[in-house]
Ligand binder design. Structure first.
Ligand SMILES: Nc1ncnc2c1ncn2[C@@H]1O[C@H](COP(=O)(O)OP(=O)(O)O)[C@@H](O)[C@H]1O
Ligand SMILES: [Mg+2]
Length: 290
């Protein structure tokens, strides 16, 4: 099935989500197809273009990174793919290959777990909502709590956990939910450097088991090169595609070993070459508006 969110007219009409049969073999179809996507916000005194004519094909099983300066439209783009935000024109399609599985699971930067639920109940939430058999919930949640180092904290509440642990709960919940695509919006950006590295390692390990299609947003070039198969660099406002770059590094990856290679440094340098000017534009914009 394809979940399709299209708007054909330049004015916002509300996202239309429809399901149509897949007419091409699954392995040839992109998992996420974004075509000429534009999003404008109507503010008090002007029309503000946040995302401008972005087209993108993301194949199934790709760890796809989007990197861009603050305010360039990354979150807006992700929210449109998640169906949380209406777009103004263009289309977004996500192929559904597993009936009964959710279209997507999101992991955000801040607290996105329920404070009144234990770690276990948070991780099990999506499965319980879908009435998955209890035994399967026990196995799946047990597995992902183990993979994220949370087994001992299964009965703890979020206020008893550090920021890194809470993000682990979010990750366990997202993978346990077994979505068609995983959408991650700067999930590690509030963490200190050491915790961030540990969580990146853990995410890579878990992802290697599942090879889910991931759309991961970051403002960190290091993070993009460490995790991704492909990186889209966005321009500063309005958010357009500046470049799409392949990441050639073999998997499984060890974050620290990868970062010690000259090839890693060269790719970071190359991406910064695209990004530097955009960051300067974003800074000048912010200062102009201050
Ligand atoms: N609901 C909204 N109304 C008006 N402007 C918005 C709204 N949401 C986001 N924006 C603006 O759109 C631009 C892109 O925002 P966002 O997607 O959050 O950027 P990023 O995630 O790349 O930092 C920003 O300038 C932001 O202020
Ligand atoms: Mg954002």
């Amino acid at each position: 099935m394809i979940s399709s969110i299209r708007n054909g007219t330049p004015r916002e009409q509300g996202a239309r989500v429809s399901h149509v049969p897949v007419s091409v073999p699954q392995e040839e179809a992109a998992k996420i197809s974004i075509r000429n996507l534009t999003k404008t916000f109507l503010t008090r005194d002007r029309i503000f273009t946040a995302v401008d004519d972005i087209s993108l094909e993301i194949q199934a099983g790709t760890f796809f990174m989007i990197v861009g300066p603050s305010g360039c439209g990354k979150t807006t783009l992700l929210r449109i793919v998640a169906g949380l935000e209406k777009h103004t024109s263009g289309s977004v399609e996500v192929v559904h290959s597993h009936p009964g599985c959710p279209g997507n699971s999101m992991v955000f930067q801040g607290d996105s777990i329920f404070p009144w639920m234990t770690v276990w109940d948070n991780a099990a939430y999506g499965l319980k909502m879908r009435n998955v058999p209890k035994r399967q919930i026990r196995e799946t949640v047990g597995h992902y709590l183990d993979r994220t180092g949370l087994t001992k904290f299964a009965n703890a509440y979020p206020h008893q956990l550090s920021g890194g642990m809470k993000q682990r709960v979010s990750i366990a919940r997202a993978f346990a939910n077994d979505p068609e695509v995983l959408l991650m919006d700067e999930p590690f950006s509030a963490l200190d450097e050491q915790n961030k590295t540990l969580l990146q390692e853990e995410l890579l390990r878990i992802w290697d088991e599942t090879k889910k299609t991931v759309l991961f947003i970051t403002h960190s070039v290091d993070e993009a090169v460490t995790l991704g198969d492909k990186i889209m660099v966005m321009t500063a406002h309005p958010g357009r595609t500046k470049a799409i770059v392949d990441v050639p590094f073999a998997r499984p990856r060890s974050v620290l070993e990868l970062r010690a290679t000259p090839q890693y440094g060269e790719l970071v340098y190359k991406i910064w070459g695209y990004l530097r000017e955009e960051v300067q534009h974003a800074k000048a914009d912010a200062e102009g508006n201050a």
